[in-house]
Design a protein. Structure first.
Length: 146
């Protein structure tokens, strides 16, 4: 009688765990929602070919909140972040612009800029980090999801 109860409790505890979230979804950010993202990038297609080489990035428009940037760190590690400034309510100017590995917000006197390798704000450790998505490479396909 005790064994089925132990199995039932164990099953409930395991079902409550998220699959490999690594803290990537920032549920505490009051500015951003968490859109459903499920993107497959075939590296054999010309528009995604830059992701075969470390140090390159690709922007996928019309996905996420304001677009998604995918960056190849070293062919084993890729990152994917939303291009909506995490420290603003999404607006006409809150889509960040990319220069190298720095994403910057063009809103007015805003000085928000973020590293697309880590997602962290460049100057303010108390600022919200960029919204990150899960990323997995299987062969020549990169899957971005949440």
């Amino acid at each position: 009688m005790k064994i089925p109860i132990i199995y039932a409790i164990s099953a409930l505890l395991l079902m409550g765990c998220k699959k490999d979230d690594n803290g990537m979804i920032n549920d505490n950010n009051p500015f951003l929602s968490t859109p459903i993202v499920n993107i497959s990038l075939n590296l054999n297609l010309p528009e995604y070919n830059p992701l075969r080489f470390p140090g390159n990035s690709v922007i996928i428009n019309n996905r996420g909140i304001k677009g998604v940037v995918v960056y190849n760190v070293n062919n084993n590690l890729y990152t994917a972040f939303d291009l909506s400034d995490p420290n603003h309510v999404p607006s006409n100017c809150s889509r960040m612009e990319l220069e190298g590995i720095i994403a910057s917000c063009p809103c007015g006197n805003d000085t928000n800029s973020y590293d697309i390798v880590t997602g962290q704000h460049q100057n303010d450790e108390n600022a919200y980090p960029m919204q990150q998505y899960r990323i997995e490479r299987i062969g020549d396909v990169i899957n971005v999801s949440n």
